[in-house]
Ligand binder design. Structure first.
Ligand SMILES: Cc1cc2nc3c(=O)[nH]c(=O)nc-3n(C[C@H](O)[C@H](O)[C@H](O)COP(=O)(O)OP(=O)(O)OC[C@H]3O[C@@H](n4cnc5c(N)ncnc54)[C@H](O)[C@@H]3O)c2cc1C
Length: 410
């Protein structure tokens, strides 16, 4: 199989990159699972946006403080400065963010944010955004989507990437030749016993990078989310109790039903406090109290969380729920520059599988969807500028360069 651009992964980063590539490029997106089984569809809380210039310094500081000041400052600046444009584009795709009564966008808050700056759609923001991106992609004749097609490895020669080896749904293994390959395979949660991620997200692109001596960065930096619903039985995927629940007033209690921590600490600090409390209590969980949130707010903002808890036997309007930390996010990844370029030519990495240092040692809540979209678009722009063209195939028959094709009137 041959294509101009191969994108591995159809979460928000892969889809957004595809939408920003020139329409005269033939693009193939593959995914290991079905089209909707990506972490992007699971995102609950929301996506950050710089509301206006008065919030720039605080947003920058909150991101840096959460990341223990080990963030790449330029990446942070690019992300924050690009947020308005990304949100405008999302609105253009029909993404329906919550609005105030006067029609203005509504903003909520999560842990470690000093201000309300998070856009949301109930507690299924990721589904709303990624679903709309997928709809757009499906309308593009130049983009081909292949489900149940797993990248087994990338193909390299002289430290340049020329595509990937994939296994198709029927088990057939084949090579996909591509002038340019974009790795958008998400996180590593599938490797952990307890994670909020899909099981099939096992850091395959990072493994390929390590095999081919492509630079990686901060791969020891893994975020543990403080609050997932505790279940005594082992679950395929831990159910997240979004941080925005705490942003709206939910409290955490020890076994004696007493508060023991500031619920809006950065995720790593709160996780450490919860684990210490669990040890002190000799319990496998602590309690989270959502009764502190007005019932109407609970019903309109968190219907998905309420429904899932009800399914598990908890009425969150009447009782506390048991919560426990679980693996959630991968700050490290394949080292990239601000344009998503890796250390190998013709190979890009975007989204959670990439690392340009934007999150430092700990990601600030709701910066991930934003970062994925911002740097996916920049990678697409870079690919477009370079006008990647097909390389000679194995028989030595050189494909016509795009410009030549245009000249030939094809
Ligand atoms: C429960 C939950 C809630 C979250 N809430 C928020 C939030 O509110 N706000 C926020 O900003 N972030 C949130 N996040 C994080 C955010 O959703 C992710 O970081 C982001 O969506 C990652 O997007 P992505 O495109 O990089 O990867 P993903 O969306 O995970 O997509 C990865 C894609 O790669 C494919 N893939 C993987 N391996 C292979 C392979 N070998 N071959 C082919 N395809 C492959 C997968 O099938 C999938 O299509 C949340 C995450 C979770 C799990």
């Amino acid at each position: 199989m041959r294509t101009d651009i191969l994108i591995v992964g159809c979460g928000c980063s892969g889809l957004y990159c595809a939408l920003h590539l020139p329409k005269d490029m033939q693009i193939t997106i593959i995914t290991k699972s079905d089209l909707e089984s990506s972490d992007s569809f699971l995102a609950q809380g929301g996506i950050c946006m710089l509301k206006d210039e008065t919030d720039y310094a605080d947003y920058f500081e909150d991101t840096m403080r959460a990341g223990h000041y080990e963030n790449d400052r330029t990446s942070v600046e690019i992300m924050i400065r690009s947020s308005g444009q990304v949100v405008r584009e999302l609105l253009g795709y029909g993404v329906d963010f919550q609005r105030e009564a006067d029609g203005n966008l509504a903003f909520t808050k999560e842990g470690a944010h000093s201000k309300n700056r998070i856009l949301f759609h109930k507690d299924i923001t990721g589904k709303e955004i990624t679903g709309k991106l997928l709809e757009q992609v499906k309308q593009c004749a130049h983009i081909q989507l292949l489900e149940y097609t797993e990248m087994l490895d990338i193909i390299t020669k002289d430290h340049s990437c020329s595509g990937a080896v994939v296994r198709r749904a029927d088990g057939a293994v084949e090579e996909v030749e591509a002038a340019c390959t974009v790795l958008a395979t998400g996180g590593v949660g599938g490797l952990y016993e307890r994670s909020t991620n899909y099981r099939h997200l096992t850091g395959d692109a990072v493994a390929a990078a390590l095999r081919h001596k492509i630079a990686v960065r901060d791969i020891h930096e893994v975020q543990i989310h403080p609050t997932t619903l505790y279940t005594p039985d082992k679950e395929d995927r831990c159910f997240l109790i979004s941080e925005s629940v705490r942003g709206e007033g939910a409290k955490l209690y020890n076994k004696n039903m007493r508060r023991f921590v500031d619920e809006l600490l950065p995720r790593d600090e709160l996780t450490a406090a919860i684990l210490a409390q669990m040890e002190e209590d000799g319990m496998p969980y602590v309690w989270e109290d959502l009764r502190t949130i007005p019932v109407k707010e609970l019903q309109t903002h968190f219907p998905n969380i309420i429904a899932h808890c009800a399914q598990m036997g908890y009425d969150v309007a009447k009782e506390c729920i048991p919560v426990v930390p679980a693996q959630h996010y991968f700050m490290g990844g394949i080292r990239t520059d601000y344009e998503g370029r890796t250390s190998m030519s013709d190979l890009y990495a975007i989204g959670e599988t990439a690392c340009n240092g934007v999150h430092g040692r700990n990601r600030l809540a709701s910066n991930s969807l934003l970062e994925s979209l911002v740097f996916a678009k920049r990678a697409a722009d870079d690919i477009a500028v370079k006008r990647h063209v097909k390389k000679p195939d194995r028989n030595g028959t050189e494909n016509l360069k795009r410009e030549e094709r245009k000249g030939a009137g094809k």
